[in-house]
Ligand binder design. Sequence first.
Ligand code: PRP
Ligand code: URA
Length: 212
Amino acid sequence: MKDYNNVIELNHPLITHKLAILRDKNTGTKEFRELAKEIGTFLCFEAMSDAKLEEVIVETPIDTIKTGKLDEDKYAFVPILRAGMGFVDGVVSAIPNAKIGHIGMYRDEKTFKPVNYFFKVPKDIENREVILLDPMLATGGSAMDAIELLKEKGVKKIKFLCMIAAPEGLEVVTKAHPDVKIYCAHIDDHLNSNKYIVPGLGDAGDRIYGTK
Ligand code: PRP
Ligand code: URA
């Protein structure tokens, strides 16, 4: 397996366990949603491991301690619709005060290129670290467009969280945007002729929303 710069594959036994259930074609919508949310929380904790804390003094019932707190106002989550919404509850449970933007995009079934249909982010997005959310990074087209739209708005620090990434997409995104750190639960094997991730989990949006 190739080592990509700035790609962090979690490979944690609990995540592998949850992903195994989620990948199963017999897993239903309710369980799929719950697992996606839980994996989102895990990914968010890992993505925040380099966060800078502000020094605070806290009085405990016993003594005082010099410790650290996160300035939650410095962050924004941006799910790529639809499937990225599956991560929102999970990440918000980790950083409840982060603002949330939305990028609407779907992959054209013939060209496999992303089609943008919605873009709404917080006004002060350029002052925030943005954590992009999308369960699947396949060809990387959607991630590339979303990153470019955010950079055009002046965003300087972007992280991308996904459940499953394909080597083909990682190659493209890491080459074009070496400054963007990608956190994924697992790097799968390859893309098939329909640009689906193999073995993957199928169509994430359809499985979250039960649309197929
Ligand atoms: C899926 C997924 C990503 C995209 C990944 O979205 O959620 O956004 O495909 O593929 P790529 O890396 O080749 O661009 P989809 O087009 O199925 O839209 P949906 O989330 O609305 O179902
Ligand atoms: N989008 C998905 O939802 N699944 C894939 O395997 C590829 C793109």
